[in-house]
Design a protein around this ligand. Structure first.
Ligand code: PGA
Length: 252
């Protein structure tokens, strides 16, 4: 079995003040110790530059929560991958369920973002996940399959080195209803098999697959020790340094 690092990322969504974001980033960076787990934070776009300054010289990676698919243009309110790189991002989240379901972003639209971000030199955390109604009608695998095939269309095996998949069942995001370790493992194993079908065993074995949806310090360890769970994308519990660091420690 491939030795994959663990990767824990915090998605701060539309939370924090500027001062609070800088403090949170500093507390995370200084609390990491010699953890071997990869760690990223994804602050609101407006705070990226200030948080990048705080993180300079630390091992904490910086991600955006979203990006546009054009380099520049008349796209009011949007940020291009090139702009995100310029402020110091290494990653961007693409396809978070709040973008899919709150802003109507489709697989085809997200595919354009994935291409734009990867061609510009950003790594992506590409989110997929089923609704409760889809799980209850046994459609989880077909939904994940469609999201992977549509979202990654045209992405090369070489580019897949810069792709992390986050499996986030929509019913578990922000609800306190976490997937069981077995549900997470089953979905992650399915994602890995699907990627193996699309790109071959080597790409699949190296792929990092994060679980997201109500990850907390008290449930992180069992989830993160499932064989196909390589980390977590954390929302609510990433807004406090203590709880985020506890999740990072649980991964190690
Ligand atoms: P949550 O959010 O941890 O608050 O459920 C996860 C996410 O939205 O990535």
């Amino acid at each position: 079995m491939a030795l994959r690092p663990k990767f824990v990322a915090g998605n701060w969504k539309m939370y924090t003040t500027l001062g609070g974001a800088k403090e949170l980033a500093a507390a995370i960076a200084s609390g990491l110790g010699d953890s071997r787990t990869m760690v990223a934070v994804c602050p609101p776009t407006l705070w990226l530059s200030a948080v990048a300054d705080v993180l300079k010289g630390t091992s904490v990676l910086l991600g955006a929560q979203n990006c546009h698919f054009e380099k520049e243009g008349a796209y009011t309110g949007e940020s291009s991958p090139q702009m995100l790189l310029e402020v110091g991002c290494q990653y961007t989240i693409v396809g978070h369920s709040e973008r899919r379901h709150g802003f109507g972003e489709t697989d085809a639209f997200l595919n354009k973002k994935a291409h734009a971000a990867l061609s510009a030199g950003l790594k992506i955390i590409f989110c997929i996940g089923e609704l409760l109604s889809e799980r209850e009608t046994a459609q989880t695998e077909s939904v994940l399959n469609t999201q992977l095939i549509g979202g990654l269309a045209g992405i090369t095996a070489e580019q897949m080195k810069h792709v992390v998949i986050a499996y986030e069942p929509v019913w578990a995001i922000g609800t306190g209803k976490v997937a069981t370790p077995q549900q997470a493992q089953d979905a992650h194993a399915y994602v890995r098999r699907t990627i193996a079908g699309m790109y071959g065993e080597n790409v699949a074995a190296a792929l990092l697959i994060q679980y997201g949806g109500s990850v907390k310090p008290d449930n992180a360890a069992t989830l993160l020790h499932q064989p196909d769970v390589d980390g977590a994308l954390v929302g609510g519990a990433s807004l406090k340094a203590d709880s985020f660091l506890a999740i990072v420690r649980a991964a190690g």
